[in-house]
Ligand binder design. Sequence first.
Ligand code: HH2
Length: 268
Amino acid sequence: MSELARVRIMGIVNVTPDSFSDGGRFFDHARAIEHGLELFGEGADIVDVGGESTRPGAVPVAGDEELRRVLPVVRELARYGPVSIDTRKPDVARAAVEAGAVVINDVSGRLGPVAAELGVGWVVMHAKGDPQTMQHNPTYHDVVTEVRDWLAARLREARELGIDDVWLDPGLGFGKTLEHNLALLANLEAIVALGAPVLVGASRKSMLATLSRREATLPPAEREEQSLAAAIWAFEHGAQVVRVHRVRPVRQFLTLRGAMEEARRQWP
Ligand code: HH2
């Protein structure tokens, strides 16, 4: 079994000044590295390093600036555990893999050939449109079927390219309204049934605050209870991996669940 098959928790390190949830907190290399090490310490199986925010309306970052942000962080963190590179650019993916990343976290859905060429894992995420325009009235005839069929095509692509480690991600918030996100989460099994591990990224997203009307203005860093609840829902409906800002609560849930499963096996 590949080491990556055991991945359950992907911890997030945003080396950006403008990420929606923690923009600016880890823009400095030393702080980003320290944060990544903290996430490994709390039980992250992989740490996801990104240098370009993809929040709705985010301004694209030039390749050389993205490289300047992420490479020293990837290089250092890769000494301590598996690292993924969250990028939409082939050149950034190549340089990050050379620096030690073992997975490309691809919100563009186009980097399969690069993952195959480099012999690394591929997280392929569905998005409708690009970050600048994706939340301008996204429409689907049937969001679950459309996202599932698109991911099924990417899975076939991955198999044809000979990629061993592939994760399918419905892309919550990427060209999706609250109703679209809910439909995808509620019917996660339709994507799980495709037969590849599924990754879900709900952590701190605005849908979590919007759902609870009283808390609609809750700042992203204070959406932890909702983030944990969404992670638990995802795991209980077949997701294999969650992408989260705070690792500790999710690790505690998985430990508790493991202990319960063991206890259940022991009861006659
Ligand atoms: N969400 C974000 C970024 N990358 N990658 C995957 N595979 N799935 C996701 O749902 C996903 C992702 C957005 O979250 P964050 O990185 O915290 O924010 P920003 O894009 O503003 O840096």
